[in-house]
Design a protein around this ligand. Structure first.
Ligand code: WQD
Length: 395
């Protein structure tokens, strides 16, 4: 294919060793178009994840035909760095190590963040420092090195309690937790950066290429690569529903009774409804976003067609199926996938929970060509396959 000849594009993925990050890195490797550089401080991940990602991509490459070229093999090697975004010096040294080889970092996929809603209400400054201040220093370093393409990992949590579901991207951003507010603030910071680089300062010619960004608002990612080699491996007791159910089924939770946080919501069965999508569909959304950041590509035209000349090239897309599933429906799906006889106990509502979060997927489908075809049964089967093969995660 034509991409076989083009040089690999260097893409920096922050949080590359994490649950989302490792599936995004894997999906980028599969395209054979990118040289992936990962940075991760391993606050909530282990380096083994990326070793497995490379092994997986390499084994799949060797089975493919025609036999892989040297360039293809090169594209399966991740340049992994254990460093922290809150330390600009180490981030700057990565950019300069590429610059000194005469190479550019073509684009950045910024996934690294703290993401526990409840925890963010207890330690807000840690969340603002790690999610917002670190993003600002990353953006400054990108500017210093002329890197002007960003895919930003955002979240449906920016909508707070949405006025309507399904939720279109035009919905006002009104987060109701410090974590959610870090996502809103970072989107606005990125948006302002795009706007500033698009509109030349009065009388000045634009020398820099306009900063282009796509913010991806994740709904509820679930599942794992079907090989069972990579997956979600949260530290301690999982806060999120699906990894908790997987831990229960594999015997890692001492009192395996699922506390259902409220069944008095105005939903199908009174429990909260969320829009779950397969983590590999979510990862594919990042590949599409990177392709849309390539000047002149058809996706670039499609994504920025609605942005008038001189306006900031910032777009935000929901990544969801547009389908809601309740807590009890998820428990039932995991009961089928694992054969584990889950016990549930209805308790009080969890602070910060909203009745229903369901994406309106129309814009991402129309402009980005995004789709999330994997169904809930597949998500649960792939999650259980990972957890069953790795009862203690990556260890
Ligand atoms: C799903 C549903 C709970 C655990 C969170 C973050 C969000 C995003 C994804 C980063 C809810 C219910 C859960 C339990 C339960 N993270 N539940 N008992 O809250 O939709 O989203 O993760 O972007 O920002 O808020 O996901 O998996 O925590 O909960 O009843 O023991 O399961 O009330 O309705 P959530 P979740």
């Amino acid at each position: 294919s034509s991409t076989a000849q083009e040089p690999l594009k260097n893409v920096l993925v922050t949080g590359g060793a994490g649950y989302i990050g490792s599936h995004v890195v894997y999906t980028l490797l599969k395209t054979r178009q990118y040289k992936v550089i990962s940075i991760d401080n391993h606050h909530n991940s282990l380096p083994a994840a990326l070793t497995r990602v490379s092994e997986l991509a390499l084994s799949e490459l060797k089975e493919s035909s025609p036999p892989p070229s040297a360039r293809d093999l090169e594209s399966t090697i991740v340049d992994a760095h254990d460093c922290d975004l809150t330390d600009p010096t180490s981030i700057r040294s990565i950019f300069s190590s590429y610059a000194s080889k005469g190479e550019q970092i073509w684009g950045v996929v910024h996934i690294a963040a703290y993401k526990a809603v409840g925890e963010s209400t207890e330690i807000p400054l840690t969340y603002y420092k790690n999610n917002v201040a670190a993003t600002i220093s990353l953006l400054e370093i990108m500017q210093e090195f002329g890197c002007s393409r960003l895919v930003y990992s955002s979240s449906a949590t920016v909508y707070g309690t949405p006025p309507e579901v399904p939720i279109p991207e035009t919905t006002r951003r009104l987060a109701d937790s410090p974590y959610g507010r870090t996502k809103v603030m970072c989107e606005m910071i990125v948006e302002d950066l795009c706007e500033s680089s698009a509109v030349p300062a009065a009388g000045k010619k634009t020398t820099t290429t306009p900063f282009q960004a796509i913010s991806l608002r994740y709904f509820n990612p679930a599942g794992a690569h079907p090989s069972g080699r990579i997956g979600e491996d949260p530290r301690g007791r999982p806060g999120n529903l699906l990894p908790l159910l997987a831990h229960m089924a594999v015997g890692r939770v001492k009192d395996p009774v699922l506390k259902v946080f409220g069944n008095d919501y105005p939903t199908i069965d009174g429990t909260c409804v969320r829009d779950y999508l397969h983590v590999l569909d979510l990862a594919q959304g990042h590949v599409l976003a990177l392709q849309a950041l390539e000047e002149g590509s058809s996706l670039n035209k499609s994504v920025y067609a609605s942005v008038p000349a001189g306006k900031g090239r910032f777009k935000a897309y929901n990544l969801g199926k547009g389908k809601g599933m309740s807590v009890l429906q998820i428990v039932e799906a995991m009961r089928k996938a694992t054969g584990f006889d889950y016990k549930t106990e209805v308790v009080g509502r969890r602070r910060g929970d909203v009745p229903a979060l369901i994406a309106d997927p129309a814009l991402a489908r129309a402009e980005l060509g995004f789709d999330a075809p994997h169904d809930l049964e597949t998500m649960c089967r792939d999650l259980w396959n990972w957890q069953g093969q790795n009862p203690r995660g990556y260890e």
